[in-house]
Design a protein around this ligand. Structure first.
Ligand code: NAD
Length: 430
């Protein structure tokens, strides 16, 4: 039996919540599977995570009190290589969200043709409420709890929302101390001092701008001709703003979870970045006027970059988008219903699995460098990233044109097919 999201759920398993990230991920997969003409058995294989772990993470607070958090790690698919995916610290983390994020990692690694499967981890915690030493203890305990699942050949972590290179250094140290020697390749996105890669910190954003430039070029436009609005001013959004501005685009508006800021003349991004480093938010910056997140999504700009959380472009917001291009910096910012509305209104969506893949591309370079203990120059990394992103965009765009399908369907078809081909050629054991 087929449902809206694919074949019937297995006995005893409920389907994902309507409008949730997992429902969106399932709907996207179902669309790709339909185009590829796969049967229910293969569809179920592709949809179902290979391994999941749910751990309790007790924390001794600085006050001496104990608090308990829930942590997860999901390996969605490992047919093409080790699991690869970020670690998220956010209060809304749950198993369904982590499953969706792990699935997107699988297709993303397929789209940009990296020898990885897809994985993701998370702890349901708001990192802003805890001290650095408390976050270190949470990270070390979470790492210890999931030790059997991770490793440089099995499942490799990287930063995501609410985590950073310091978090990765703690994961690497905890894993290494338990194994008895230093194993840098168990994480990527770590500090340079412990084997990080040049260019990793800005890689997701640099890749996003390369892909945007490629999409604009197809329409005869150039970065210097366009205006941009960016939701989210964290690792992805802030560097994207800086790179867009450096390449000549006018960044009219940005926002974070506290609110947004807009200037019709274009924001002074370096000064704004200094302001955010000092205050922790874009709110109150004197180089623009305040706007809400809802207003930012509907601004008259050429390029809208959602770079914060999932599901912000849905049935209630997508109709108001006036940008010509939506370039997805975040994972899963557009729901299935949002996608339909954007398509109806002629908005070109450059999907997350392509647009934000620059991070995992340079994570792969970092892992290769750690495995061969030989480090490349920043220029070598930048050149290899640009080549990979532009080539991936062209491949996706060519398929979309040839088959008259959306860029999202085309990207998913390429990513899903690479994984399915690996399944089929390996065969089913036993
Ligand atoms: P981050 O924690 O560094 O920054 C998140 C930003 O989003 C912050 O500015 C925060 O204030 C803002 N935000 C949070 N909730 C919001 C809300 N409700 N409304 C508006 N803004 C909100 O995280 P990040 O690493 O920049 O990740 C952002 C997105 O990009 C996530 O979806 C993540 O999965 C995705 N992503 C990250 C990477 C990476 O390399 N870091 C790679 C690929 C995809």
């Amino acid at each position: 039996m087929q449902t809206a999201h694919g074949p019937a759920q297995e006995a005893g398993q409920e389907g994902p919540r309507e409008g949730s990230p997992l429902a969106t991920a399932h709907a996207q997969l179902a669309s790709a599977v339909e185009i590829l003409g796969y049967d229910d058995g293969l569809h179920t294989m592709l949809r179902t995570p290979r391994r999941e772990i749910h751990v309790a993470v007790p924390l001794r607070l600085d006050t001496g009190d104990i608090r308990l958090f829930h942590g997860f790690r999901v390996q969605h698919n490992v047919s093409r290589g080790p699991g690869k995916g970020g670690l998220r610290y956010h209060p809304a983390v749950d198993i369904e969200e982590v499953r969706a994020l792990a699935m997107w990692m699988t297709w993303k690694c397929g789209v940009v043709d990296l020898p990885y499967g897809g994985a993701k981890g998370g702890v349901a915690i708001d990192p802003r409420d805890y001290s650095k030493s408390e976050l270190e203890r949470v990270t070390r305990r979470y790492t210890s709890e999931i030790m059997p699942m991770i490793g440089p050949d099995t499942d490799i972590m990287a930063p995501d929302m609410g985590t950073d290179e310091q978090t990765m250094a703690w994961v690497m140290d905890t894993y290494s101390v338990n194994r008895g020697y230093t194993i840098p390749a168990v994480v990527t996105g770590k500090p340079l001092a412990v084997g990080g890669s040049l260019g990793r910190g800005t890689a997701t954003s640099a890749g996003l701008v390369h892909v945007t430039a490629s999409a604009l070029a197809e329409a005869g436009a150039d970065l210097q001709d366009v205006t941009v609005a960016i939701q989210g001013f964290g690792k992805v959004g802030s560097h994207a703003a800086a790179i867009f501005a450096a390449r000549g685009a006018r960044v009219l508006a940005v926002s974070d979870q506290y609110g947004g800021i807009k200037s019709d003349d274009g924001l002074d991004v370096p000064r704004l970045t200094d302001y955010v480093q000092a205050t922790g938010s874009v709110v109150g910056f004197d180089g623009g006027d305040p706007i809400t997140n809802a207003q930012l999504l509907t601004l008259s700009v050429d390029v809208l970059v959602p770079a914060a959380i999932e599901g912000v472009l849905d049935e209630s917001t997508a109709d108001g988008v006036r940008a010509r291009w939506v370039v997805e910096g975040a994972n899963g910012p557009t729901t299935a219903a949002g996608d339909v509305l954007l398509k109806k209104n002629g908005v070109t969506v450059v999907p997350d699995v392509l647009a934000n893949a620059g991070g995992v591309v340079v994570s792969y370079f970092e892992w290769v460098q750690a495995n061969q203990t030989y480090w490349w120059t920043e220029q070598e990394i930048a050149d290899k990233l640009e080549q990979r992103m532009v080539a991936s965009y062209r491949e996706v765009a060519a398929l979309a044109r040839r088959e008259d399908i959306s860029l999202r369907d085309a990207a998913l078809v390429i990513g899903v097919k690479r994984v399915a081909d690996a399944h089929l050629i390996r065969g089913l054991y036993p």
